[in-house]
Design a protein around this ligand. Structure first.
Ligand code: NDP
Ligand SMILES: Nc1nc(O)c(N)c(N[C@@H]2O[C@H](COP(=O)(O)O)[C@@H](O)[C@H]2O)n1
Length: 220
């Protein structure tokens, strides 16, 4: 599986405010690029923190891109994936609407009634890991269902865990022309942070965009 992480951060490295309100850091050009990245992916993944904060749809907007997917023999929309150890995704969340297939990666200790509720809401539930979703096993399970190219949109907790598990192949970050600040505001990679063996990145692209800059790296 090829894993691409994409996010937008402020000039000071924040994904959102300390109140975790959804905030547009990207401009129109970058949002269109993100739509294209989604269209080129078999699935788009977020952590449950992003679902609870943003209630995202994670779908492709551009009808031409949707038609092109159909032309390639793909589903009109990429699947959606939520890492959600305790099955906290609300049954009326937009990621559970009928626009696309949705996989919920939950922990093996999750109460069966919570799993059944999300199953009834239309999700395909995959249980792996104990206190937290086992990401390597979860991504293997997705690959066995035909997901070869996975785009991850955040947030910072999930992105850190994916780097920590050595699962990221590419990183794209739009750095927007704003300062958000706040020691408790989410950053690109939160979690416990690395003390050593920091992931090495090889810069493969720099582009001015929307008053900011798009940076692209391969993970060494
Ligand atoms: N600017 C941008 O590009 C983006 C901004 N955001 C912003 O980021 C914020 C949300 O980020 P954040 O709070 O970090 O949430 P995340 O979306 O990263 O979700 C984190 C949650 O995922 C669950 N999870 C399940 N398995 C794992 C695992 N193995 N490792 C890590 N997490 C796991 C955990 O909850 P549990 O233990 O219950 O499973 C964890 O609390 C919001 O403010 C949102 O607006 C989000 C995406 C993109
Ligand atoms: N690329 C990018 N730029 C920003 O400025 C953002 N705020 C985000 N947020 C991500 O996009 C999700 C919303 O997606 P929908 O439009 O609802 O499909 C949001 O949840 C973040 O993952 N991304």
């Amino acid at each position: 599986m090829h894993v691409v992480v994409n996010a937008a951060m402020s000039a000071d490295g924040k994904l959102s405010t300390r109140e975790r309100e959804p905030i547009a850091i990207s401009g129109g050009t970058d949002f269109d690029r993100v739509d294209g990245l989604r269209a080129d992916s078999d699935a788009v993944m977020v952590g449950v923190g992003t679902v609870l904060a943003d209630d995202p749809s994670l779908t492709v907007d551009d009808p031409d891109r949707i038609a092109a997917r159909r032309g390639r023999g793909k589903s009109p929309q990429p699947a959606r994936v939520v890492a959600d150890s305790r099955a906290r995704t609300p049954p009326d969340a937009r990621v559970l609407d009928d626009e696309a297939e949705t996989y919920l990666l939950v922990g093996e200790r999750t109460a069966s009634e919570k799993v059944e509720r999300l199953d009834r809401a239309g999700a395909t539930v995959i249980a792996t890991g104990q206190a937290r979703v086992d990401l390597p096993a979860g991504l293997d399970a997705l690959e066995s269902r035909g997901i070869d190219r996975l785009m991850v949109e955040g947030g910072g907790e999930l992105i850190f865990s994916l780097f920590d598990a050595g699962l990221v192949d590419e990183l794209s970050v739009f750095v927007g022309p704003m300062v958000i600040g706040g020691r408790d505001a989410p950053t690109l990679a939160d979690g416990d942070g690395f003390l050593e063996e920091f992931p090495d990145l090889e810069l493969i692209g720099v582009e001015r965009m929307d008053g900011g800059v798009l940076l692209q790296w391969d993970v060494a």
